[in-house]
Ligand binder design. Structure first.
Ligand code: SF4
Length: 78
């Protein structure tokens, strides 16, 4: 992602930021509440009051990718 930052009295300054276009999601209807994703990525997933996993924070994409691959019912998507 290329963003132009306005600079007073001169040319706009360019800045390059990494493009995070993923969004970690848990399908609540598919989740069987095994807790695997929460055990793997406690900063990203948590168990809710219904005993299903939900996204705690959109962090650690690499760990989330491993959770996607490990979920037994394919309930996690990026
Ligand atoms: S690994 Fe899949 S089934 Fe298990 S708690 Fe996480 S989302 Fe639910």
């Amino acid at each position: 992602m290329l963003i132009f930052l306005k600079k007073r009295g001169g040319r706009p300054k360019r800045a390059v930021f990494p493009l995070f276009n993923h969004m970690i999601k848990v399908n609540q209807n598919q989740c069987i509440g095994c807790g695997l994703c929460v055990g793997m990525c406690p900063e990203t997933f948590m168990m809710n009051a219904d005993g299903k996993s939900e996204v705690l924070a959109q962090t650690d994409n690499e760990c989330a990718q491993n959770a996607v691959a490990s979920c037994p019912v394919n309930a996690i998507s990026l």
